[in-house]
Structures are given as structure tokens and as C-alpha cells.
Ligand binder design. Structure first.
Ligand code: ASP
Length: 746
């Protein structure tokens, strides 16, 4: 009679009826629950059994005379418009329903409070004068789905209120009988606004993980079979391999395995094949659909997550720390193993394969309309007169991607922090309404200081633009920190390549948008105007000029003319008009050929600086074969035309020669783009070339570094690369690196 319910799929497991697999988290919870005045934070991805965990132990708590009150915050308190006090009031009502007492007994003490009273005061009254007054036992208050408070404008306030309660508990006896367990997807520390550090409550973290594959787990699962129908334990181990120990999938597989009387591991494989089709085409599991939906719901953020996942499938190292990784974890697609991400199990790998990523990437790009900060200029311009001057005006459609940097930062407390989402960013620039008929604002990943924009993000930006290239945008604007803007913009230029037919305009600012006389607004407006011009290039628009990205570099951290283009004139000057110098633009290819996205950038490239007296020995071991981090390419960054220290004891020439012999391509760049050819005049500049290096010509440092990584990624894909001699390798790299200008970089 009990059997159909044993392997329960979905919902909180029924204690004593459904099969429950104990994990170390159970012990942590029970140990915590006996502590007085304890705060715990159970967290983990959806369907991992967080609610089942505490539900399983409620009877133990009862036996210890601890009253457990469980409130589902999302369902019972919900989204409470108004103030934090109103939220506490709604919480009081939910608790009273659980205790089966009249709600005014708990909410009465809040009545006298002004609606803007601090949440801490309200919560204190609710607990001290309400809950503890009417419930005389020890209490464990479980707030499930607590992290839905993130959506409330007063989230920080509530966190601060929790801190207040904790402080009160520490210094008085009033709240001795109260313990609180916060259950949700995210650890508590992630909930508050960065910078509002004093709002971070302290709680013992209990992370709920997938089942392990130990004999104990196998034994617990075995209990779900009737004594006379127990399969061999190899069957259960196979189930765990397929499900990766993800609780819901494990139960689903087991339920089927039991129905179909699987006696051998191969039978489980058959069942699994019936349950989920490859790559999610056709039959599917509820959880898999939910994971996919969770990603789609994230709109633009999913793009970075999918790129990170693609990197993981390709076993690229950067996947583990990519900004999209967090979303992959919270939606339950992958899990962490130490500091690495891993795919949970065979079914996951089969269902979420490369073909799936590609389908999702195009779907995410075109189907996220409702999730984007889509702004018709009418909305923005509410109450304003629209200018339709010939100097621009609300025509066309552009897409603004915010990646971070000073341009979009705000001061919160004593910190400068990025906006929470695309909507907040959009809110700083409402008067952009006069620039275009339609502007889409998008965050592809959490905005950041540009020093934390990595090749993975370059790829994300390039792919996003590529995916949406045929959607009628006149141009794309990328708001970016100035420090590495030249790198990201160059990378996007190489990735999109010479067939680009519309403007991609990077811009940033020296001041935050609240500085009235600053450059944030001006630069973003101008970039949007530039994005409407027929400029088929990736450019940097900064101050009064528009530069070709692969020729531009940062020159100052404060001046509004913070960029320069030392070897090529600006493509446009911004005065009363935007005067594009057509003759300087790259000619559009005569034949319309679609963009071929080439967005791979090789990792493990070493930059060796030059300064007087730098010892080459520091770097020698990096060339050693079999060193943990194999060096793939070397960039010697010189101080002038390309002169490399050539006299002992500091000569770097042996280092260059050794790298060359080992088949590690070496290029020579300069901290500023040198005059082409001058290096041939100097002996110290000739020496590295003779030793096998390639001179990067007059490319900017950013363009040279980015292009080198881009070139290496392409040549190293060749099957014969590993068997090639150094001379052939050098020839191949040279041909792409300096033999041909791809997007006008020299
Ligand atoms: N450090 C900042 C960044 O590059 C500076 C800026 O935004 O201009 O992100």
C-alpha cells in the first residue's frame, strides 16, 4: 500500500513514508537545532530537498519540546507592497495561522507603529510581544523561501532587522527561546546590496547538496523496494551515475526502475533512455524543463550562463569562474566540486549537450523580448518634449549593453557600486528617449569593473551581437569600464570580423552619472547617436572623438578626453554634428557575406615586461615542459620600438630562443604603438626577431595581445599543430598576426 509513494517525485517528502536519504546536512541541522538562540541558513538549488530536510526532523524537534513554526515566505507572506513594517505585519499573520491563534494577538503590538518605522523595531515587537508571549515553548521559526525578499525594495531593511534581532539576542535574554532557520536558494550573504555590509546577518550555513554515491546512500534507496524485489546494488549505483545524485531525478529514475523491475544496470539505461531523449528533443523530465525555463526567464543573464556552460562542455578552464557560472549553479544545471564546476550526471550531459546550448543561445537572443529593459522612447520621454532636430533625434532602434564601469555606477553608502539590473541602469539615463525610437537595455552578466571583464565576457558580448545582427538594430552600444575597454572592444572587433556592416560602439566615462558636469550622460548619448551612423566597425566613442577600437587606447584616468588613437586618425569628430570621415572607414565588402563569428581566444598567454635589470630567470620555469600551467604563447612587451634586453646577465634573448625552439610562438609588442619598421634599425630589436620572435608592428598593445590570443586559438585548432616544427608554427602565426590586417588594426 505504501509502495507507490516510496520514491516520491517532487514536493516535500512525507516523513516516514517516502524514502529519505540522509546526508551530512541532516546532522548539521540537528546539531544546530539543539543550540539555543541559533540561526541557520539552509540553502541549495531547487529540488535538492531543502524543505524535506527540515520536515524530516520536525518530529525530533517536537520530541525535544521544541516548537517548530514553518512559514513559506513566498506563498504566505508573498510580495507585500508598502513598507518593511507591512511585511513584518504579513509575517505575523502567517505565523498566527501556523500557530492557529488569532492574528491580532501577534500583529497587535505592531499596530501603534508608523508604517515607515524601522523593520527592526517591528520585528522585535512581533517576536518579543507577539510570538514569544503567546507560545511558551522553545521555538524554531523556519522561514522557507526566505530569499524572495530580494524582490522587495526594502530587502536591505529586512536584513538589517534580522541583524537587529541577533544583536538583541546577544545582549538580552528577551529572545532566548527563539531560533530561526532561513531556507532558500541563495546563501544569506548574497542577498543584501553589495556595500551594505552591516546588513549581513550571521547564520550557520548548511548547503544542501546532491546525493553522494556512498554505500549508505545506496542502502537508504534500497529501502524503497519491497524486500522480495530488491535489485542488485549495482542497479542503484547505475541510477546514481545517471542522475548524478540529483534527488528528484534519482527518485524519478528509481520509480521507473521499480515499475519496470530493473534487475541489471543495463535495464536502468533502457529506462533512462525512455525517460529523456537526447538533447531534450521530445520526452523530457520535469526538472530538466524547469532548469531550461529558469534560464530563459533570466533573459540576458542566461546568455552569459550559456556561454559559461558551453565553455564547460569544451572543458575550458575559464568556465569555472565565468560570471554566468552562478546562474548555472542556482538553476541546478551544474554543481560545484571544489573550485570547479561539474556536470551532474550522465543524463544531464545527454540532455544538455552542445546542440542544446546552440539552440538555447539563439533562442535566448531572439526570445527574451519580455525580459529585457525594453523602452519605447514614449515611456522615457513621458512629460518631455521630443527633439527632432537634424542633429539626431528619436529615430531607429539600438541596443545598449551594460557591462559595468564608472559610467553606470552609483554611490550607495560610501561605495560606488554597479546598478542592480538593466532597469536601474536605464533609470539613470531617462533622457536617452530623445536618441532613438526604441532602445533596449540589457545586462549580459552582472556589471563589473572592467578589470574583471575576461575573454569569456568578450565572447558573450560578441555572440550576443552576432545572434541579434538581423533584428533591425541600427547599432549596438556597449557601456564598459575604461581600463580594459580597448581590449574588449578589440576582441569584439576580431570576433565579429571584417564582414561587420553596422556600428558597435563602446563607451565609458570618467565620472558616475550623478556628477552633473561629468561625462557619463554625454558619452552614452553620443555613443547612441554614433550607433545610428553607417559605420561598419567596432569603435570607441569617448569625449569628442570616435576611434577605431583596434587603434584606440586609454591615456588618462580623469580627463574627459581619456582615449587616443596614436596611429590612425579618429573616424569621427563630435561637435554640433557627428562628422564621420567616410574616407577613413573600412570599405564595406562589395559582396554581402554573413559574419563568421570567430570568438575563441587562447588562454595561457604570458606577457613578459621589460624594465632595466629584470632577471629572465623569473620566467624560465614557465617554459618548462610539463609545468602545471603550460605556456601557449609569449608576448614580450617592450618599452620602445621593440628593443629587448640583449646583454647579460639580463638578456632575454635566450628566453625567446628557448620558447621558439619549444614551439611557443613569441611576439614583440610595445607599451605604445611604435612606428612600423623602426625596430629594424636597432640591434636589440633585431635580436629577438633573429631568435624566432614576431614583431607585432604598430598595433596597440591591446590589439596585439587580443589578436595574438585570437590567432593562437585558430592555429592551434589545426590537427597538425602539435607535430609542426617551430619554423612552420612561426610562419602560420605570422601570416595571420602580421601578414594581414583583419579589421584595420595596422
Ligand atoms: N576602473 C573602472 C573600470 O575600468 C574605470 C572606469 O570605469 O572607467 O571599470
Amino acid at each position: 500500500m505504501r509502495s507507490p509513494l516510496r520514491f516520491q517525485v517532487g514536493g516535500t517528502l512525507m516523513p516516514g513514508i517516502s524514502v529519505y536519504v540522509k546526508r551530512s546536512e541532516d546532522r548539521q541541522f540537528l546539531d544546530w537545532a539543539v543550540e539555543k538562540k541559533g540561526w541557520a541558513n539552509i540553502y541549495g538549488v531547487r529540488t535538492n530537498g531543502k524543505s524535506s530536510l527540515y520536515a524530516q526532523h520536525l518530529s525530533t524537534l517536537q520530541a525535544r519540546r521544541i516548537k517548530a513554526i514553518t512559514v513559506d515566505v513566498a506563498a504566505q507572506v508573498g510580495y507585500t507592497p508598502g513598507t518593511a513594517r507591512d511585511w513584518v505585519f504579513a509575517l505575523g499573520e502567517a505565523i498566527s495561522a501556523e500557530l492557529c491563534i488569532e492574528s491580532r494577538l501577534l500583529t497587535g503590538p505592531l499596530m501603534g507603529l508608523h508604517s515607515h518605522a524601522p523593520a527592526g523595531t517591528a520585528l522585535e515587537r512581533l517576536f518579543v510581544d507577539g510570538v514569544l508571549e503567546h507560545c511558551k515553548e522553545r521555538i524554531v521559526l523556519v522561514l522557507d523561501e526566505y530569499d524572495c525578499i530580494r524582490q522587495q525594495p526594502y530587502c536591505d531593511d529586512l536584513l538589517f532587522a534580522i541583524r537587529h534581532i541577533q544583536a538583541l539576542q546577544a545582549r538580552s535574554k528577551l529572545l532566548d527561546r527563539l531560533s530561526v532557520c532561513l531556507v532558500g536558494l541563495q546563501p544569506l550573504a548574497r542577498l543584501g546590496t553589495p556595500g551594505a555590509a552591516n546588513t549581513s546577518p550571521i547564520a550557520i550555513p548548511i548547503e544542501v547538496l546532491d546525493f553522494d554515491k556512498t554505500p549508505e546512500t545506496v542502502n537508504s534507496l534500497m529501502a524503497g523496494f519491497e524486500a522480495d524485489q530488491r535489485p542488485a546494488s549495482s542497479v542503484l549505483r547505475r541510477v546514481l551515475e545517471l542522475s548524478g545524485g540529483q534527488p528528484l531525478i534519482t527518485m524519478e529514475l528509481l520509480r521507473k526502475a521499480r515499475q519496470s523491475r530493473c534487475l541489471r544496470p543495463a535495464d536502468v539505461d533502457r529506462v533512462a533512455r525512455d525517460l529523456v531523449a537526447d538533447s531534450g528533443l521530445g520526452r523530457d523530465l520535469q526538472l530538466f524543463v524547469a532548469i531550461e525555463q529558469a534560464l530563459v526567464n533570466e533573459g540576458g543573464n542566461a546568455f552569459a550562463a550559456l556561454s559559461a556552460y558551453e565553455s564547460l562542455l569544451q572543458q575550458r578552464r575559464e568556465a569555472h569562474s565565468a560570471p554566468g557560472a552562478d546562474l548555472l549553479l542556482t538553476c541546478g544545471l551544474v554543481r560545484r566540486n571544489g573550485d570547479r564546476l561539474e556536470i551532474k550526471g550522465e543524463l544531464f550531459a545527454r540532455r544538455f549537450d552542445n546542440a542544446w546550448v546552440q539552440r538555447m543561445l539563439s533562442r535566448t537572443a531572439s526570445g527574451m523580448e519580455q525580459h529585457r529593459g525594453k523602452v519605447a522612447s514614449d515611456d522615457l520621454a513621458r512629460g518631455r518634449t521630443r527633439s527632432r532636430s537634424s542633429r539626431g533625434g528619436p529615430k531607429g532602434k539600438i541596443c545598449v549593453i551594460n557591462t559595468g564601469g564608472t559610467l553606470g555606477m552609483v554611490e550607495r553608502g560610501d561605495k560606488v557600486v554597479p546598478p542592480r539590473d538593466a532597469d536601474e541602469f536605464k533609470g539613470y539615463f531617462t533622457s536617452l528617449a530623445s536618441v532613438a525610437e526604441e532602445i533596449e537595455f540589457i545586462n549580459l552578466f552582472p556589471p563589473r569593473d572592467s578589470i574583471n571583464v575576461f575573454p569569456d565576457q568578450w565572447r558573450t558580448i560578441a555572440r550576443y551581437i552576432h545572434n541579434r545582427r538581423n533584428e533591425g538594430f541600427q547599432g549596438f552600444v556597449v557601456a564598459h569600464g575604461t581600463d580594459t575597454m580597448a581590449y574588449s572592444a578589440s576582441a569584439v572587433a576580431f570576433a565579429l570580423g571584417p564582414q561587420l556592416r553596422f556600428p558597435v560602439v563602446f563607451t565609458g566615462a570618467q565620472t558616475t552619472p550623478d556628477v552633473v558636469f561629468g561625462d557619463a550622460h554625454v558619452n552614452l548619448y553620443r555613443a547612441c547617436e554614433v550607433a545610428k551612423k553607417p559605420i561598419p566597425e567596432v569603435v570607441i566613442s569617448f569625449g569628442n572623438f570616435v576611434y577605431r577600437a583596434v587603434r584606440a587606447q586609454k591615456r588618462d584616468d580623469r580627463r574627459f578626453d581619456g582615449f587616443e588613437s596614436p596611429t590612425y586618425p579618429p573616424l569621427a569628430e563630435i561637435t554640433g554634428e557627428i562628422n564621420v570621415r567616410q574616407e577613413l572607414l573600412r570599405p564595406l565588402p562589395k559582396k554581402i557575406v554573413d559574419i563568421e563569428l570567430r570568438d575563441e581566444f587562447e588562454q595561457s598567454v604570458l606577457i613578459v615586461p621589460q624594465f632595466p635589470g629584470l632577471e629572465p630567470d623569473f620566467f624560465e620555469h614557465l617554459l618548462q615542459n610539463g609545468s602545471s600551467q603550460q605556456c601557449i604563447g609569449v608576448i614580450v612587451q617592450t618599452l620602445g620600438a621593440g628593443n629587448v634586453t640583449s646583454e647579460s646577465p639580463y638578456s632575454f634573448i635566450p628566453f625567446v630562443a628557448r620558447a621558439y625552439r619549444q614551439g611557443i610562438p613569441v611576439i614583440v609588442t610595445s607599451q605604445y604603438p611604435p612606428d612600423p619598421g623602426t625596430h629594424t634599425k636597432y640591434t636589440p630589436a633585431q635580436a629577438p626577431i633573429k631568435a624566432g620572435a614576431i614583431h607585432a608592428g604598430n598595433m596597440t598593445l591591446a590589439a596585439a595581445v587580443v589578436k595574438f590570443r585570437w590567432v593562437l586559438a585558430q592555429v592551434r585548432k589545426r590537427e597538425d599543430w602539435l607535430n609542426m616544427g617551430p619554423a612552420r608554427k612561426k610562419e602560420l602565426v605570422s601570416r595571420l598576426m602580421v601578414g594581414k590586417s583583419v579589421v584595420g588594426e595596422f
